[in-house]
Design a protein around this ligand. Sequence first.
Ligand code: NAD
Ligand code: TDX
Length: 380
Amino acid sequence: MNTYLITGAAGFIGSNFVKYLLRTRTDLRIVVLDILTYAGNLGTLADDIDNERCIFVRGDIGDRRLVEQLFAQYKFDYVVNFAAESHVDRSIENPQLFLQTNVLGTQNLLDCARRAWTTGRDAQGYPTWLRGKRFHQVSTDEVYGSLGKTGFFTEQTPLAPHSPYSASKTAADLIVLAYRDTYHMPVSITRCSNNYGPYHFPEKLIPLIIKNILEGKKLPVYGDGSNVRDWLYVEDHCRAIDLVLHQARDGEVYNVGGHNERTNLEIVRLVISTMRQLMETRPEYRNALKHKPLAADGSIDLTWMDDTLITFVADRLGHDQRYAIDPAKIQHDLGWTPQTTFDVGIVRTIEWYLNHQPWVKQVTSGEYIKYYERMYEHRN
Ligand code: NAD
Ligand code: TDX
């Protein structure tokens, strides 16, 4: 049986990854370590934590004593590090927290793993390692900076981050690679493009737009909406991490993305039209609406749900223009290709949100309301 330490798994991608592993593998034990920031929600894992196959520990990846104690107790075979401060706009407000969690937290995990997994030294003085161990770092395409109108990020693209968030993720990648090169630690890294799907926190573009439409609110598009992101359904990302973790050679870096570039304006328009179509064809979905004006005949009016909801607001500082991944290496080495097309994934995602309004309510009570006022009021 393999034991996994999965950090940050009360958040968006980590929780999807835990569910994916529990669904696709039998002989395993997972320990989730998550401090439960505003972005972490234990309710997301409520059906998964059973204290046998899946155990939850609330704590900080930067807490040396706690992480050492977990390694001693559970003898992890794999560490998969999702824990991070993940929102670019928040990193512009408070960069230091991003360095604390994303850089120092990652380094603490690496060091605890190094101490637990090394057995001695070889003739050259390099540590010798227990067999079958792997530290996997979940990274992002944002480490490569921004593209112009053409070209793709490959694994050879120089690292050139712009935001405090992406700079912190780059620093984390470099410290992971330093542990590989200095101690011969068995590590791997995946750098993925923008994910979307269930359990995405509604500070990020797609779930924020869905939430605002349901409330009849304006839809804030930064700048002129021409920035391009390369969207990947979260389960395809989970499958890529699983493959890299279990099948890639030690020390490798893989880009993960599915050639699905869209401008932000295209995304917002598509979410509006898809939601309206779903509401028109499946009247039960109208139950999720908070804004329910009535037509003259007493039925729920949906004519307001159109592009006039869009409002162009002040741009993000240092806003990267375009991200686009070249996934040739992971396709070639591991046979990974995305299985969910965007047309299918976006409908599935919107339907998930329409069916899970209590989850949205739970994660957006309290801090979120203040965050939204703080982040968006000055932009208009
Ligand atoms: P998220 O913000 O939804 O979740 C982050 C989780 O980490 C939360 O549960 C939070 O409580 C936890 N956490 C934060 N600080 C912690 C600490 N000090 N100790 C323990 N837990 C802590 O993030 P996400 O979107 O799921 O992203 C997960 C990872 O994937 C991040 O490393 C992010 O950089 C990377 N990534 C995200 C995307 C994306 O599109 N969302 C794309 C590529 C890479
Ligand atoms: O209200 C908004 N309006 C808007 O126009 C928000 C929240 C975003 N945007 C724009 C900014 C980006 O160009 O939409 C695009 C996507 O924004 P986010 O959802 O904030 O994602 P992004 O900044 O691209 O970063 C995401 O993908 C890479 C994740 O948050 C990162 O964790 C991941 O590394």
